[in-house]
Write a protein that binds this ligand. Structure first.
Ligand code: FPP
Length: 248
């Protein structure tokens, strides 16, 4: 079976797959540090290898026709890491977007930042703002980078926006909250993948993950490749999604 082709209807049936590919995939890219430590290398080496894995997975998501891919790149809690590691992460982010922007744009990928860029260094802000501006009219894969992101603070921000708009509390519904999240207008999160063996959400897309399926893999993020991605997608497609209903 070819790994790099889209799944045919027959392949889907052969695998006993119930569903279709997810529209929106979230990835908690964990294990860069462990990957480097295992090789007696400094943690930023693991982040660089993680950046390379991300490049491949974005390409694969585009190729598969996935509508939205959201990745957890830097959480509000990650500020607690040593400054040297934070700076290395920020340099990689800048490098990634400066290097990748032409290919992403040519593939009609639209870059969206989830999170508060304001406390980020100027070079990161500039790279991200440029990438968003240049790809804002693209209609291909929505590539969302959660940066200085926390799920609870995202919900809090939405509630504050709604409250400041002066809307009648009786008129506040789930759609209004959704429309005030960073992900406004994106499809629901269908699948959350977490690498490196941990089985928790760590404040990632709490609202959006309400009905998501979870797939955990022991593979460390730098080793996550299209084959492992495909395994996760197949696992998702085997699930029966009930959304609270009874399904025969
Ligand atoms: C978790 O591994 C990963 C991160 C905190 C950052 C993710 C960053 C990248 C994939 C690289 C650069 C990103 C972009 C968008 C270019 P960890 O350090 O927590 O690993 P550990 O749990 O093994 O210590």
């Amino acid at each position: 079976m070819k790994i790099y082709d889209r799944y045919s209807d027959k392949e889907m049936a052969d695998f006993g797959l119930k569903g279709t590919l997810p529209q929106h995939v979230g990835i908690i890219m964990d294990g860069n540090g462990r990957w480097a430590t295992k090789r007696l290398m400094p943690r930023p080496v693991g982040h660089r290898a993680g950046m390379e894995a991300l490049h491949v997975i974005v390409r694969e998501s585009h190729r598969l026709g996935i509508k939205a891919l959201s990745v957890y790149a830097f959480s509000t809690e990650n500020w607690k890491r040593p400054m040297q590691e934070i700076n290395a992460l920020f340099s990689l982010l800048t490098e990634y977007f400066e290097k990748e922007i032409d290919e992403l744009n040519a593939n009609k990928v639209k870059i969206i930042v989830l999170g508060d860029l304001s406390p980020m260094p100027e070079k990161v802000k500039n790279a991200m703002n440029k990438a968003m501006e240049r790809t804002k009219d693209n209609d291909g894969l929505r590539f969302c980078i959660a940066l200085n992101y926390g799920g609870r603070s995202e919900i809090l921000r939405a509630v504050k926006n709604v409250s400041a708009s002066g809307v009648d509390p009786e008129k506040i519904d789930e759609k209004l909250i959704s429309d005030n999240l960073y992900t406004a207008g994106l499809p629901e999160l269908d699948l959350v993948i977490r690498t490196a063996g941990e089985q928790r959400l760590s404040n990632f897309m709490l609202w959006q993950a309400a009905y998501a399926e979870f797939v955990f893999t022991n593979v460390l993020w730098p080793d996550f490749d299209p084959e492992e991605y495909r395994r996760c997608l197949i696992e998702f497609m085997k699930r029966t999604r009930r959304f609270g209903k009874v399904v025969e």
